[in-house]
Design a protein around this ligand. Structure first.
Ligand SMILES: NC(=O)c1ccc[n+]([C@@H]2O[C@H](COP(=O)([O-])OP(=O)(O)OC[C@H]3O[C@@H](n4cnc5c(N)ncnc54)[C@H](O)[C@@H]3O)[C@@H](O)[C@H]2O)c1
Length: 413
C-alpha cells in the first residue's frame, strides 16, 4: 500500500502508475478543486493517456482520500510529490514538503516500519542535512521510519508513458530496510534500479535539468549570433548539426535547437535552485549563471525580433501560450515573458490563441492585457504581425493564410 502526497503531474502519475501495477494507492492533496475533479474522474490538466488510467483505477485501487491517518496506517511507503517552487534568492521552497512530512508524522499511530520517499525535486544534500534531522527531531519514539528520495524524470505531455517506461529508477537511500522496501515496490516494472546515496539521488536530477537548460541557452546564444552575422539559415544549420551520427537521431536534439528560451515548471526553478545552493555552499557556477542569464534575456530579444522597430500601435498576434506543445501548462511559460517584454516596450495591442492553454494563461497572468481569439485564423485577421511562440503543429499552416509577416520564434516553418 502506498500513500502519495500531491496529485499534480508527478503525484497523480505516480499514484496511478502504482495503481496500474496492482498496489493499493491513497492520494492526498490540499487543493479542493483538484480533488473534486479527480473524484469525478476528470484530469485537472492535459496529459495524454492519463484520463483513461484515472477512470480505470479510481475507487478501485486508487482513492483520493481525506482520511490521512487511515491511509498512512495501511501504507508501507509514503511518496511526497508536492511542489518545490522558487523560494527567496531562487532557492527551492521546501515548505510544502515539510508540511506534508508534518502531516505524515501526526498521522502515524503505530510502530510499523514505513519509508518516507521524496519524489519532488530537492537540492542535493536536502535529505541528509534537512529532512533526516527534521524527522529525527519530530518523530515520536515509537515511530519507525526510513527516509529516501526517488527523483522523477518524466516529461509533461508524456507523463504516463515516461513513468511506466522510465529509463531508470533512481533510489537515494542510505539504509538497508528502506532499500529493500523500495526495490521490492519497483521490481515488477522490470526497469533498471540504481541505488545511490540520498545526496547522489538528488544531484542526478539537477545534473539532468541543468544540462538540458545549458543546451537550450547554448542554442539560443548561437541563434542570436547567427542573426547578428546575418545570411545564416539558422534552423537548417541546427538540423544539419543533428545529422551527426554521434547524436544517433536521439530526441535530446530537441534541446539543441533555438527557440524562446526554456520555460515550464522545472528548468527555470531547478537551475536557479542549484545556483542558489552552490552559492550558499561557497561555490560559484559561472556556466550555470550564464545559462540562466541567457535565458532571462531571451524574451526581450525575441520580443524585439517580433516587432522589428514597428510603431507601438502595431497589432501583434501571439500563436501559442503553453510552455510547450501538447501541454496546457503555462507555469513560467516563455509566452508570458515575451508578452511582458512587449508590454514593457509599449506594445499594448496584443491578441493570442492557443489550442489548449488560454484558460490557464488568463488565470495565471491576470496582469497581461490581451485579447484571446478562437483560432489562428482569427489572430491572423486581427494582427499586423504574428509570432509563433509555442510549436503546436497546427501553426505550420499559418503561412498559408496570407502574406502578413510571421516571426517564427520556434524555427518551425
Ligand atoms: N512537472 C514535471 O514535469 C516534473 C518532472 C519531474 C519532477 N518534478 C518535480 O515534482 C514536484 C511536483 O511537480 P508537479 O509538476 O507535479 O507539481 P504540481 O504543482 O502539478 O503538483 C503539486 C501538488 O501538490 C499539492 N500539495 C501542495 N502541498 C501539499 C501538501 N502539504 N499535502 C498534499 N498536497 C500538497 C498541490 O496542491 C498540487 O496539487 C516538483 O518538485 C517538481 O520539480 C516535476
Amino acid at each position: 500500500m502506498v500513500t502519495v502526497f500531491g496529485l499534480g503531474f508527478v503525484g497523480l502519475t505516480t499514484a496511478l502508475g502504482f495503481a496500474h501495477l496492482g498496489y493499493g494507492v491513497y492520494g492526498v492533496d490540499v487543493d479542493e478543486e483538484r480533488k473534486e475533479k479527480l473524484r469525478k474522474g476528470e484530469l485537472p490538466f492535459l496529459e495524454p493517456g492519463m484520463e483513461e488510467a484515472l477512470q480505470k483505477h479510481l475507487d478501485q485501487n486508487f482513492h483520493v482520500t481525506e482520511d490521512i491517518p487511515s491511509a498512512i496506517a495501511k501504507s508501507d511507503c509514503i511518496f511526497y510529490c508536492v511542489g518545490t517552487p522558487y523560494g527567496k534568492d531562487g532557492s527551492a521552497d521546501l515548505s510544502y514538503l515539510f508540511s506534508a512530512i508534518d502531516t505524515t508524522l501526526e498521522a502515524i499511530r503505530d510502530g510499523k516500519f514505513r519509508v518516507m520517499v521524496t519524489k519532488s525535486t530537492i537540492p542535493p544534500s536536502t535529505t541528509a542535512e534537512k529532512i533526516l534531522p527534521y524527522v529525527e527531531r519530530r518523530k515520536k519514539p515509537f515511530q519507525q521510519v526510513g527516509i529516501a528520495n526517488n527523483p522523477e524524470f518524466l516529461r509533461e505531455g508524456h507523463c504516463w508513458e515516461d513513468f511506466l517506461g522510465a529509463d531508470r529508477i533512481v533510489l537515494g537511500v542510505s539504509e538497508e530496510r528502506s532499500r529493500k522496501v523500495l526495490t521490492d515496490l519497483y521490481r515488477p516494472m522490470g526497469i533498471p534500479i540504481k541505488c545511490v546515496t540520498p545526496t547522489t539521488g538528488e544531484f542526478i536530477k539537477y545534473l539532468s535539468n541543468t544540462l538540458l537548460a545549458t543546451m537550450v541557452s547554448y542554442s539560443n546564444e548561437m541563434a542570436q549570433l547567427a542573426d547578428t552575422i546575418g545570411d545564416i539559415q539558422t534552423a537548417e544549420a541546427f538540423r544539419i548539426l543533428h545529422m551527426d551520427k554521434r547524436w544517433g537521431g536521439c530526441t535530446m536534439t530537441s534541446y539543441v535547437y533555438p527557440g524562446c528560451g526554456y520555460g515550464g515548471y522545472c528548468l527555470p526553478k531547478d537551475t536557479n535552485a542549484l545556483l542558489a545552493q552552490a552559492r550558499a555552499k561557497g561555490s560559484e557556477l559561472p556556466i550555470l549563471r550564464e545559462v540562466i542569464a541567457t535565458n532571462d534575456r531571451r524574451a526581450e530579444t525575441v520580443a524585439k525580433n517580433i516587432v522589428k522597430g514597428r510603431p507601438q500601435d502595431t497589432a501583434i498576434g501571439i500563436l501559442g501560450l503553453s510552455f510547450k506543445p501538447g501541454s496546457d501548462d503555462v507555469r513560467d511559460t516563455p509566452a508570458a515573458r515575451i508578452l511582458h517584454a512587449l508590454q514593457d516596450m509599449g506594445y499594448k495591442n496584443l491578441c493570442a490563441y492557443d489550442p489548449e492553454a488560454m484558460e490557464e494563461f488568463a488565470w495565471h497572468y491576470p496582469d497581461l492585457r490581451l485579447r484571446f481569439m478562437g483560432s489562428a485564423e482569427e489572430v491572423y485577421q486581427a494582427a499586423d504581425v504574428l509570432a509563433i511562440v509555442t510549436a503546436w503543429e497546427e501553426f505550420r499552416s499559418v503561412k498559408d493564410l496570407g502574406s502578413k509577416p510571421v516571426a517564427d520564434c520556434r524555427y518551425m516553418l
